[in-house]
Design a protein around this ligand. Structure first.
Ligand SMILES: NC(=O)C1=CN([C@@H]2O[C@H](COP(=O)(O)OP(=O)(O)OC[C@H]3O[C@@H](n4cnc5c(N)ncnc54)[C@H](OP(=O)(O)O)[C@@H]3O)[C@@H](O)[C@H]2O)C=CC1
Ligand SMILES: O=C(O)[C@@H]1CCC=N1
Length: 269
């Protein structure tokens, strides 16, 4: 029976998302570095990353699959078929967790019918154990494996099981928007700098403000409008900023950005 103390965890591809997942698992204490194996395209680069993280670099994806019980697919979506198809014969009964965006159970089943697979939509904050893993309800895990995967991924933050119709937009809201938030942070940093704060101080203030606002929302369950109103004093300062953001189409810009991502996913852009 699988357990986190002994399971060997593999990564095929060890880039931004796979690395974030591995680092989160190690940070949480659930998985030790020596339990993790990874392969990538550029072996020398992988060895440098593996040395920094304390994990085992592997020369081939076969080595990862043969060694590990649970294997994350961390290559780009368009590469999944090419990278995983040659492994068909060694995937029998292995637990495969795909990180590839918009690559669902039917596709995984076509490529690796003998594996026990689940498609997910994660985000990079898993590296700080404050991330999200959306997992597709349709999967080929046994009940016991599903419980193990849930327990493993819960070390990284929120785990939600979703039907395929909502996985796409869920994955966009969870997975793409850390980039938007980072842009917002950068813009606030520039504004703070313009008005005299040093970069280290301003970025610390922003990160804590964002973490705190998120935690407050989770704890209170308050509507975002209510949280905004609680900061805007009548005839105060914040409402001047809110009104300026509104004039500049802040909220529409965000909604439009999500629309454009959805259009790209659905082949309209
Ligand atoms: N980045 C994110 O925030 C998110 C990413 N994802 C998904 O995660 C997956 C990876 O994305 P991301 O981490 O950003 O991409 P990266 O480009 O950072 O990582 C891709 C990895 O794949 C490796 N690779 C390339 N070719 C092969 C091969 N033939 N065999 C094994 N490994 C190979 C690369 O190796 P090398 O570096 O040596 O070339 C690299 O380690 C994608 O499917 C994406 O949709 C999902 C949600 C969020
Ligand atoms: O930009 C991308 O394609 C990936 C998927 C979600 C976040 N990053």
């Amino acid at each position: 029976m699988l357990n986190t103390n002994t399971a060997k965890i593999g990564f095929i591809g060890y880039g931004n998302m796979a690395g974030a997942t591995a680092r989160g698992l190690m940070l949480s204490g659930a998985i030790k570095p020596e339990q993790i194996y990874a392969c990538a395209n550029d072996y020398d680069k992988l060895c440098r990353k593996a040395a920094a993280d304390g994990i085992h670099p592997c020369k081939t994806s076969f080595e990862v699959v043969e060694t590990c019980d649970v294997i994350f697919i961390g290559v780009k979506p368009y590469m999944v078929e090419g990278v995983m198809s040659p492994l068909k014969d060694v995937l029998h009964g292995k637990i495969i967790i795909s990180l590839a965006a918009n690559t669902y159970d039917d596709v995984l089943e076509e490529i690796m019918p003998s594996a026990h697979h689940v498609a997910t939509a994660p985000n990079t904050p898993v590296s700080a154990c404050e991330g999200i893993f959306i997992c597709e309800e349709e999967n080929t895990l046994t009940e016991e494996e599903k419980a193990f995967v849930h327990e493993l991924l819960e070390n990284l933050g929120l785990v939600l099981w979703m039907d395929r119709d909502h996985m796409g937009i869920g994955g966009v809201i969870a997975g793409c928007t850390p980039a938007f938030v980072a842009m917002f942070m950068e813009a606030l940093g520039d504004a703070g700098c313009k008005h005299g704060l040093t970069r280290p101080v301003v970025y610390k203030l922003i990160a804590q403000m964002l973490a705190g606002t998120g935690k407050m929302a989770l704890k209170s369950g308050d509507h975002p409008g209510q949280m905004k109103d609680a900061v805007c004093s009548p005839a105060g300062t914040t409402i001047v900023g809110v009104s300026t953001l509104e004039k500049n189409g802040f909220r529409f810009a965000v909604i439009d950005a999500i629309d454009q991502i959805q259009n790209k996913i659905h082949g309209k852009a």
